[in-house]
Ligand binder design. Sequence first.
Ligand SMILES: [Zn+2]
Length: 681
Amino acid sequence: MKSFFYFSGLIAIMALIASCTNSSAKLNEKDALAMHIDSTIKPSDDFFMYANGKWFKENPIPASEQSNGLWQMIQDTINNQVLSICKTSAAITDAPKGSDKQKIGDFYYSGMDSVQLNKNGIDDAKPYLAMIDDIKDLNGLVKVAADLRYIAGSALFSLYVSQDDRFSNKNAVMISQGGISLYDRNYYFDTDDRAIMIRKKFVEHMADMYKIAGYDEAKAKQAAESTMKIETALAKSSRKMEDTRDPLKNYTKLSFKKLTETAPNFNWALFTKNIGLEKVDSVIIGQPEFVSSLNGYLKSFSINDWKNYLKFHLFSNLSEYMDDKTYQENFNFFSKTLGGVEEPKPRWKRVVEQTNHSMGELIGQVYVKEYLPKGTKDKLLEIGNAIRDVYAERIKALDWMSPETKDKALIKLNGIVMKVGNPDKWKDMSIVQIDRGSYLKNVVSASQWRYKYMIAKYGKPVDRTEWGMQPQTYNAYYNPSNNEICVPGCNILVPGYEHVLADDALLYSIIGGSTFGHEITHGFDDQGAKYDKEGNLNNWWTKSDSVKFFTKTKLIVAQFNEYVAVDKLHINGSSTQGENIADLAGVSMGFEAFKKTKQFTNNEIIAGMKPDQRYFLAYGLGWMINTRPEALANQVKSDVHSPAKFRVNGPLSDIPEFYTAFNIKQGDAMWRADSLRVKIW
Ligand SMILES: [Zn+2]
């Protein structure tokens, strides 16, 4: 995800930049790319910092953010657009009850009403806490865990209804490991100082939350300790992040009868019935050993421990929608200790983001009409198709893939569905009740709707036209089960180019490379390659092609293992490989497609930059993200994406055209030996 910003100050043009871009042309300091260049850094030393360093120096990370950069700028633009939609709706006090405007306006109003929120304290959560207090036995736990599922997140385990990986036309019930509060299992076992500090503070935080929920000091402490024990047990039974990548190894279909035999201590019939699933004939288990372990823990921990555990998960999930005290306690641990953020975002921003999340289907409809630049859909399709054409040429020319596998790859490529701009139909939120009374109830109401919507898919045919994002979502995805790419309209936004389209170097780099190119590659990476053109888990590769592909991926795993993200923490080359492969192929394909544009063939110099330089600078700028060290450490431990700096310097140091564009020579930090340069697609 990617984009830009306009800056007013003038940039001193150093001889250095002029010489490494184009000696005859002067850089235009107002240009969206040139304005961020740090002329004290050589592109051959650290291209990421060269492209973005000036902006980082001038824009320290705000106290309320984990990071800042291009995404935040775009998100700020979108937030302000959504704020305007919220305010306009809230100003209409006589909007018909049940209308979109009434819902958006009242949702926003209830969140902004801090006087009422602080007056209510935790009152709105009390009925749910009381449900947990009333639990008497394991069956009671199962029932309440099911009844509160839509607000207690993935307590105990993760369960959702989604396309069956082997039969993509069917929706299936998926059960996988979950139930922990820290981002990844490693947090419970790592022995470095930071991990030890986090665990200590996490237990203290839980105790403070129990106190807010009404426990006395001693009971709160005891509850925090027992919940930590449960979470540590669940973490221990969870697979490592890199071991959850292979879809085949994380797929075990069990009949419902077999499930109840595997984990008899958990009343599955009661649970599924109470979350709204009637007659489940089979389930897909991601990690069967996790379910077996959970079965044991249900008996080895007391019912009282489990009640406390469930209470923490529920209360933690609701904490953002109550009084300031509860909000602050949750913020202090999850954002401050874990994320390094110094202070909360202003209320308006939090509420706008929540309204956009909860009421996104309704806001999206207004957003498309009022904010999506004209021609968005056509331009996105043009770029998407150009990238697909390049992919086809590349696949045909691959020297390591057999003709047999190539044919199938081309069929899959041609079958990719591109959903761009905005959906043709919107999800029906008419049953959701929203009023100005309680913010928490409004959030719960929307969550319940979303949960029921998901559960209701079970037993129904798969709707392949459904969108998993909204037009105002600044992100994109590839869904292997549908063999589809979704690029929401707001991805066209480039700061400084809100009303006219940016030049093709920018668009082909950011939307072509980092979006379409990246997402298409997910269809052929270590996970996507296991799905066929219909979206079914079905290995269509010949054995020898698989081996060759695996050998090539080993090279990129090794490359990223080398990189140190923060302190002594290395990137996990294995768990990030899918994203790194997608980045590398994306930027390479984007460049190939860009070479066919007029801007490139006419060698147009823009703002003093040649087309190739402009393309790679735009790629760097697309990842202009500066992140706090705490958040970087979290990312390395729990995210399959590499930190931004390595998403730029990693792939670019594999690409020959980049070497030419910026004159990278042996001995430069960005230089890699030929034998180590990765080229897969
Ligand atoms: Zn990706």
